[in-house]
Design a protein around this ligand. Structure first.
Ligand code: GDP
Length: 196
């Protein structure tokens, strides 16, 4: 995929701020804080700092819209799983996610990110079944592939499939933002989603 242009459109906190003109097709990325969402977006568009990355989780809860080649949006959904978050901000997170996931007409697919090193958390499992309950396929991206050895890969991927109760048809793509391994395969899946 040749990236000619990529920019942030808005960090939205309410639906009125979601981009509408033009209403481009979009893919949203969900996952716990620190799973590697920003790094993945930067890797996909070959930019170091389009999406903000940080080693400290618990950034502001916003829905970030990135416009790519004036053709589509990548949408960075607010991360979850940060222990120090108050009950009220967890509720705000839930409302924000539900509003976006249920009302956004141009949302083609939601990709769920999980860290390839670890068993999916309870929240990962909930997120994944939530995504499916809204009618999305729920494509899973296993991040930080460079952090495990080649010999461990199959074992970890099978573990993720099992824990998330994925079927053999469900797509699971391992990627590394560090080495860029898996990037082309992921682009193929993204373009396939927009082709439908
Ligand atoms: P986000 O909170 O989901 O947006 O996560 P970030 O993209 O900010 O990444 C969190 C941390 O994980 C940062 O320190 C990144 O450098 C690191 N990270 C992200 N992706 C990878 C990867 O593929 N490999 C390695 N080794 N580190 C990664």
């Amino acid at each position: 995929m040749k990236i000619k242009h990529a920019e942030i459109v808005i960090s939205a906190v309410k639906p009125e701020q979601y981009p509408i003109e033009p209403l481009l097709p979009e893919i949203a990325l969900a996952g716990r804080s620190n799973v590697g969402k920003s790094s993945l977006i930067n890797m996909l568009v070959n930019m170091r700092k389009l999406a903000r990355t940080s080693s400290s989780p618990g950034k502001t809860q916003t829905i970030n819209f990135y416009r790519i080649n004036q053709q589509f949006h990548f949408v960075d959904l607010p991360g979850y799983g940060y222990a120090k978050v108050s009950k009220s901000s967890k509720e705000a997170w839930g409302k924000m996610m539900e509003t976006y996931l249920t009302t956004r007409k141009n949302l083609y697919e939601v990709f769920q990110l999980v860290d390839i090193r670890h068993e999916p958390t309870q929240q990962d499992k909930h997120m994944y079944s939530w995504i499916k309950s809204f009618g999305f396929n729920g494509i899973v991206i296993a991040t930080k592939l460079d952090k495990i050895s080649r010999g461990q890969r199959q074992k970890h991927l099978s573990m993720i499939r099992k824990e998330l109760q994925m079927t053999s048809e469900d797509i699971l793509i391992p990627v590394s933002a560090e080495t860029r391994e898996g990037k082309e395969q992921l682009w193929e899946v993204i373009l396939e989603v927009f082709r439908v």
